[in-house]
Design a protein around this ligand. Structure first.
Ligand SMILES: [Mn+2]
Length: 246
């Protein structure tokens, strides 16, 4: 089976800088180049910098990305999307119109004799209590209901402020290390307890393939700095960097 995994595109609905636009273009180019190459594309969290859909409304700035995914789906590539910490308010649009299977937390699969687990990873960092509190708060039904009542333009400008502050926090390299450590520990536990051969995560924005005891920890990196993707072709794992930015 030909599997491709990407995560942390952080595709923005407000592309303010040249860098934002370049990152978005690279991601779209990559998805264009993926045509016909894979049986399964796993979108492992934080694909959208913020996802929200109202009863009659979706965010038009996501159209180019949605279009690319729709084309891949039509060509027969199975699409599975796992929620991240920026995109978890899914309501059915992606499944109904694009045929994407949406998984809130994780997705497991057996392919070519390997048991593979995919999960974004934001729940499994260590010493990140502040984030975990924020996560529970933002996922309260009341918050979702309030967001739903706001005019989309207003709701999205608020969302942009929240997303910006969470991104600024990501810059600290200490936090980066904390994130990776927690993810690797979590992967090791799942390999030991659930006999997974591969645990594939995102969130840390640190692309890597580590051999652990009994299996592999794989991180598909991000599309803000690294522009990385992971291929698992007939059981062989490979981490790739897409074109470097000019
Ligand atoms: Mn994340």
């Amino acid at each position: 089976m030909r599997i491709c995994v990407i995560s942390d595109l952080h595709f923005k609905y407000a592309q303010d800088t040249a860098e934002d636009r370049q990152n978005a273009e690279l991601a779209l180019d990559f998805l264009r180049s993926a045509a016909g190459k894979y049986d399964l594309l796993v979108l492992n969290g934080d694909i959208f910098d913020l996802w929200f859909e109202w009863k009659y409304t979706i965010v038009k700035q996501y159209f180019p990305l949605l279009h690319r995914l729709a084309v891949l789906g039509e060509q027969g590539c199975r699409l599975v999307l796992i929620g991240g910490n920026h995109d978890f308010w899914f309501k059915g649009f992606l499944t109904q119109y694009l045929g994407i299977e949406v998984q809130p937390d994780q997705f497991a699969l057996e392919a070519d004799g390997h048991r593979i687990l995919f999960t974004h990873g934001d729940l499994h960092t260590v010493n990140d209590l502040r984030y975990k509190l924020f996560r529970s708060f933002i996922r309260l039904t009341g918050i979702r209901w309030l967001f739903n009542l706001l005019h989309p333009d207003l709701a999205l400008s608020l969302g942009r402020k929240m997303s910006r502050s969470s991104r600024l926090r990501k810059i600290s390299s200490q936090l980066q290390t904390k994130k990776s450590t927690g993810l690797i520990q979590y992967a090791q536990t799942r390999i030991r307890q659930n006999k997974y051969d591969v645990v594939c995560m995102g969130h840390s924005h640190k692309p890597q393939v580590n051999q652990l005891e009994g299996g592999y920890y794989v991180n598909s990196g991000d599309w803000l700095q690294n522009h990385t993707y992971v291929e698992i072709i007939d059981g062989a794992i490979a981490l790739h960097y897409y074109k470097n930015k000019e």
